[in-house]
Design a protein around this ligand. Structure first.
Ligand code: FDA
Length: 389
């Protein structure tokens, strides 16, 4: 750390949001100190997207984010878009591809994204200090003090508590509260759901994956669901988990392409077949067997009353599970909730009542869908604060 210990901005947390904020502020000539308690910056970037980093989503739009104020993210997301980040990636000659549903990944490794952000930071007066936790934060005469460094701006970029094994903490919330900011109750999101009791029987299907529409309340996602030894996972389940509240059911449509009335139509077309055989044609064998057993229509369709077939069709289109919980922060990709946006400017990410205090990234009550949306929020909110500090 230089002798003066005086900076224009101190950024706490060298993850996606903190690194982007440091780069932008540094390139504006701001003297920046970026502090992270981990032994290296960007650890979540390194493990993201199976090591290839799903760094953005070309469909990133405000309606793909959860927040108590659904309008809050609009300003930052519109001023720094997925295409802006993609331009940066291309300027650094990082090869990329679209996997599915607008999700953009590195062809090579997530390390390229961290190196790119470090290169961008190196273009300005940015000091990066790792292996040092942000301890006591002082605030007097319009200046923030962290250990022996001080600055008129302090950016909270320490993320949320998901994956504590990787150094994630609730530090952002504690610090925000100390400055009088409210915190919307955080809970694990993009997380597998657990089943117990009768539904635990589905654990026998551990390892089976199938394309479904999963729904929690009004939120519906068509992607794969995966049965696990503890319950349900896979992208469709992770997506609905962000909307799921304890005690609520989730509904799964196991045959999202089936037209209404398909089973009574099958009775006419193939009266000698059985439900089990039809399910076998559309679903993985073990799942077809379990669902057919549960429904219990063993006889040929010709011998099944239309009403029973219509009931079976309804059950298959909205199979209701009542999860008893989630796999918690240990397995959650992100955190829903966080620093209440009501206290922040959506333009600058600055606390209205504490000039010079900013909060960005996952620490804030803005949570994206699965598929690159969360990094896009980290980049966009990081840029918004980086332009303001
Ligand atoms: P982030 O968690 O990245 O950074 C916070 C930093 O603060 C960390 O470096 C931490 O060490 C530091 N810190 C914490 N407490 C501190 C303290 N007290 N003092 C100092 N430093 C402290 N998203 C996406 O869009 N695409 C993807 O492919 C994936 N994949 C993915 C995989 C896995 C396994 C996880 C867990 C998460 C993802 N995500 C994702 C989500 C994404 O990683 C997440 O949304 C961003 O990393 C959030 O960026 P932040 O900078 O806000 O926090």
């Amino acid at each position: 750390m230089p002798a003066s210990h005086s900076y224009d901005a101190i950024i706490l947390g060298g993850g996606a949001a903190g690194l982007m904020c440091a780069a932008i502020a540094g390139q504006r000539g701001r003297r920046v100190l970026l502090l992270d308690h981990a032994d290296q910056v960007g650890k979540k970037i390194l493990i993201s997207g199976g090591g290839r980093c799903n760094f953005t989503n070309i469909g990133a739009a405000p309606d793909r984010y959860l927040s108590q104020n659904p309008h809050f993210a609009k300003s930052a997301l519109s001023r720094y878009t997925a295409h802006d980040f993609l331009d940066l990636v291309e300027r650094h000659r990082i090869a990329w591809h679209e996997k599915t549903l607008g999700q953009l990944f590195c062809d090579g490794s997530a390390r390229q994204i961290v190196d790119m952000l470090l290169d961008e930071c190196a273009r300005g007066p940015v000091d990066i200090v790792t292996g040092r936790a942000a301890g006591e934060v002082g605030h007097a005469d319009g200046r923030f003090r962290v250990d022996d460094a001080e600055a008129p701006s302090l950016v909270i970029a320490t993320g949320g508590p998901s994956i504590p094994k990787m150094g994630a903490t609730g530090f952002a919330y504690d610090l925000a509260r100390r400055f009088g900011l409210k915190v919307v109750e955080p809970r694990p999101a993009l997380v597998p759901l657990t089943l117990s009791g009768e539904e635990a029987l589905f654990r026998e299907l551990s390892g089976v994956s199938t394309d479904v529409v999963a729904a929690a309340g009004k939120a519906r996602f068509r992607e794969a669901a995966l049965f696990t030894h503890r319950g349900l996972s896979g992208p469709a389940i992770l997506q609905v988990s962000s909307y799921w509240r304890h005690g609520d059911p989730i509904a799964i449509d196991f045959l999202p392409d089936a037209a209404p009335g398909w089973l009574t139509a099958a009775k006419k077309a193939r009266p000698r077949t059985t439900l089990r055989k039809l399910l076998d044609e559309a679903l993985p064998g073990r799942l077809a067997e379990t669902l057919a057993d549960r429904i219990g229509l063993a006889q040929e369709l010709a011998n099944s009353p239309d009403r029973a077939l219509a009931d079976a069709e309804r059950r298959l289109a909205a199979w209701s599970f009542r999860p008893n919980g989630t796999e918690g922060y240990a397995k959650a990709e992100v955190t829903v909730g966080g620093i209440d946006t009501a206290a922040l400017s959506s333009q600058k990410m600055e606390a209205r009542k504490v000039p010079g205090l900013y909060a960005i990234g996952e620490a804030v009550d803005v949570t994206g869908w699965l598929g690159g949306y969360n990094f896009q929020w980290a980049w966009a909110s990081g840029v918004a604060a980086g332009q303001a500090v």
